[in-house]
Design a protein around this ligand. Structure first.
Ligand code: 13P
Length: 260
């Protein structure tokens, strides 16, 4: 059951920090991973700093459970796509994970479920592990449409994957109203949607695959609310925005998932 899934806490740095800051934060986390022993940690810097973060991890002899991720990519292998990066490029600079379909990509840059689906397939084909984000807007929650919205996002964003491919995916449930607002979902609200997502994943594959997949919660996760979230049976980690920019906070959140 829940205990057999390795917890995963990822820091989505979004468009923050500079080269020196990215290096310093990476080094600060790398020397303290023992505080979150057994938890998989992922750092997702802006793409332009992926190289320096990867090099800093490599130079520090980073333990296997601290890895590099990216925040976005294009679904094409190469070519005339000004301003974009491919899955192979992310692999080339040492990325293991890539966040796809974050709500900021969906709302600010027009990413549809179909685009997220295509990116997910491209990431898997290149050997990256996608962290596929879903989550409802405030007005959708207030209209009682959370389950319908999340169902559509999961079914369309993950359509056409084989069970073996699906099993490699990490899902992040990030209610949009909780992102960067300080308004965290209650553990019960989050658990309810996580359980729904796991049932949907079972529908796309089978119960065994779904029971092995990790589902992160994201949205105003802080060290002081992480433990309550971590106790929920279907919450397998966190996708952390603002609090991932401070080593203390990021590791504090990760430590809350350590002993669950
Ligand atoms: P905050 O933790 O800043 O609310 O951001 C969450 C998020 O969007 C992570 O991807």
């Amino acid at each position: 059951m829940a205990a057999s899934r390795t917890k995963i806490v990822a820091g989505n740095w979004k468009m923050n920090l500079d080269r020196a800051g990215a290096k310093a934060l990476t080094a600060a986390v790398a020397v303290r991973t023992a505080e979150a022993a057994g938890v998989e940690l992922v750092l997702c810097p802006p793409n332009v700093y992926a190289d320096v973060v990867g090099a800093t991890l490599a130079a520090g002899g980073s333990p296997a459970h601290l890895t590099l991720g990216a925040q976005n990519m294009l679904d094409k292998p190469s070519g005339a796509f000004t301003g974009e990066v491919s899955a192979a490029m992310l692999k080339d600079v040492g990325c293991t994970y890539v966040i796809l379909g974050h709500s900021e990509r969906r709302t600010l840059f027009g990413e549809t479920n179909s685009i997220v689906n295509s990116k997910t397939k491209a990431a898997l084909a290149a050997g990256l592990t996608p962290i596929v984000c879903v989550g409802e807007l405030l007005e959708e929650r207030e209209a009682g449409r959370t389950a319908a919205v999340v169902t559509e996002q999961i079914q369309q964003s993950l359509a056409g994957l084989t069970p073996a491919e699906l099993e490699r995916v990490v899902v992040a449930y990030e209610p949009v109203w909780a992102i960067g607002t300080g308004k965290v979902a209650t553990p019960q609200q989050a658990q309810e949607v996580h359980a729904l997502i796991r049932a949907l994943l079972a529908g796309l594959s089978d119960a065994g695959v779904a029971s092995r997949m990790r589902i992160q919660y994201g949205g105003s996760v802080k060290p002081d609310n992480a433990a309550d979230l971590a106790r929920q049976p279907d919450i397998d980690g966190a996708l952390v925005g603002g609090a991932s920019l401070k080593a203390d906070d990021f590791l504090g959140i990760a430590a809350a998932f350590r002993s669950i």
